[in-house]
Ligand binder design. Structure first.
Ligand code: PHE
Length: 454
């Protein structure tokens, strides 16, 4: 599926077995740590419900439009990231290049968090047995600031990612994504129910669901924009690459609604797990990247069959994180193979190895190297901030502009409707209004405002 090493001479491209295959693979890319780890952390840090409201608005105004755009471009070009831009106009390869750099940076810290998940999976089997915020905080803080342990788990996570990409992901993601994603949703729903039954849960629900509009700032909006791109895997060619494997007869608009919907549903439900528990146990909602990891042990510790639920949860989260990590590494590998003639082995090992080393420094920046800060951010946070709040939105904005102005909305419309065979009532609105003007303009404005430029 994703493993063929084709060149510019058009061999028939392997595709997904069905639309459902694409939906699960794309959902596998989208659903990951972004939903369970990053989303609640940002909601907590940016004032609760107000972040949720802005996030949902951006999904509707920008996210779905961009998602459809990437799938359409990818399927038309039948190439991965950079190649797709080149095929249409050679001088725009750099748009894909922005995404590649973003993917590289994202995977460097993503795989560190993937390592945390492996560690927590093991801890959950043993059982956490702590509900005191001070103790769960110590567990997490002690672990991530350790100079060796988190790097070992980061190495395991990266090794798994490299191994899957190296062997080609053929039949892989499609097959296990379709059991894993529904299973993850089921367990998150169970946890949400449990969490909402905790004493004092109502206060958490209020924080998460009742917006305080006085808390809006341009930084909140920029963070929400970055999270939309991150969570939907936009702006770095992952969805574009998966789109290139989608069959010519499939219904792109339908598939492009399903994936953002499932992704948002899981993120939203994750918030229903975290915030009631945060308030019930007395955690600090704005405690940053550790929020999910300090809160959940308390939930599992006091839950009937907590070990079972805890380990099942972290196991499914690990699989979800892996399918996302693959979709981060694969476009970079595909680029080196397609454009620079590397073989798959060399590409997976060299790129994966480099990412591991950068990630090791990201991990150390949570502990021994935490004194080195630029703009008050440690290296881990810098990688996160630059890739998600700068590179993904910029890459996405130029992709939207490229599709609508360079490739042309008529061409995009022809592709998205399968040469006119498919009825897509909102097609014109999507291409000529949303993709051409609204989405890029919004990204641009939010971006400048978030950087404090006006
Ligand atoms: N969307 C993934 C997640 O939410 C992360 C990701 C970002 C994957 C960008 C691919 C590209 O975990």
């Amino acid at each position: 599926m994703l493993s063929q090493q084709h060149s510019d001479t058009q061999e028939p491209r392997e595709g997904f077995a069905s639309k459902v295959g694409f939906i699960f693979a794309a959902a596998g890319s989208a659903i990951g740590l972004g939903n369970i780890w990053r989303f609640p952390w940002l909601v907590g840090a940016y004032g609760g419900a107000i972040f949720l409201v802005i996030y949902l608005a951006i999904i509707i105004l920008v996210g779905i439009t961009m998602f459809m755009g990437e799938v359409t471009l990818g399927r038309y070009a039948q190439r991965s990231n950079v190649g797709a831009f080149k095929k249409i106009n050679k001088s725009y390869a750099w748009v894909g290049g922005i995404g590649l750099i973003a993917g590289f940076m994202i995977l460097s810290f993503y795989s560190v968090v993937g390592g945390w998940v492996i560690y927590y999976f093991i801890r959950a089997i043993i059982g956490f047995g702590i509900t005191d915020p001070i103790l769960t905080d110590q567990l997490f803080g002690g672990f991530i600031s350790n100079p060796i342990l988190p790097i070992l788990f980061h190495a395991v996570f990266m090794a798994l990612t490299i191994w899957i990409c190296y062997n080609g992901v053929k039949n892989g993601i499609e097959k296990y994504s379709n059991i894993m994603m529904p299973a993850l949703l089921v367990i998150v729903v169970i946890l949400a129910i449990r969490s909402m039954m905790l004493p004092g849960a109502a206060e958490g629900l209020r924080f998460y669901l009742v917006p305080d509009f006085t808390k809006i700032t341009s930084k909140t909006i920029l963070a929400a924009l970055g999270q939309v791109f991150f969570s939907l895997s936009l702006g770095m060619g992952s969805i574009l690459t998966y789109g290139s494997y989608l069959g010519k007869k499939e219904n792109i608009p339908q598939a492009s609604l399903m994936v953002p919907f499932m992704d948002t549903l899981i993120a939203f439900t994750a918030g229903l797990v975290i915030f009631p528990a945060v308030f019930s146990y007395g955690f600090e909602p704005s405690s940053g990247p550790g929020l999910t990891f300090v809160t959940l042990p308390a939930v599992f510790s006091e839950m009937p069959m907590g070990n079972l639920f805890g380990s099942a949860f972290f196991f499914l989260l690990l699989l979800a994180a892996l399918t996302s990590a693959i979709s981060l590494l694969e476009p970079i590998i595909a680029y080196m193979i397609e454009e620079h003639g590397w073989n798959r082995k060399r590409a997976s090992l060299t790129l994966g190895g480099t990412i591991f080393i950068i990630g090791a420094f990201a991990s150390l920046s949570m502990g021994p190297l935490s004194g080195f800060k630029i703009a008050d951010l440690v290296f881990f946070d810098q990688l996160d901030w630059i890739s998600n709040n700068l590179l993904l939105p910029i890459g996405g904005m130029f992709t939207a502009l490229f599709i609508s102005w360079i490739w042309g909305t008529d061409n995009a419309l022809r592709e998205v409707t399968n040469d006119g065979l498919l009825k897509f009532d909102l097609g014109n609105f999507w291409a000529n209004i949303m993709l051409k003007y609204v989405a890029p303009a919004l990204v641009f404005i939010v971006f400048l405002a978030g950087l404090g430029l006006f």
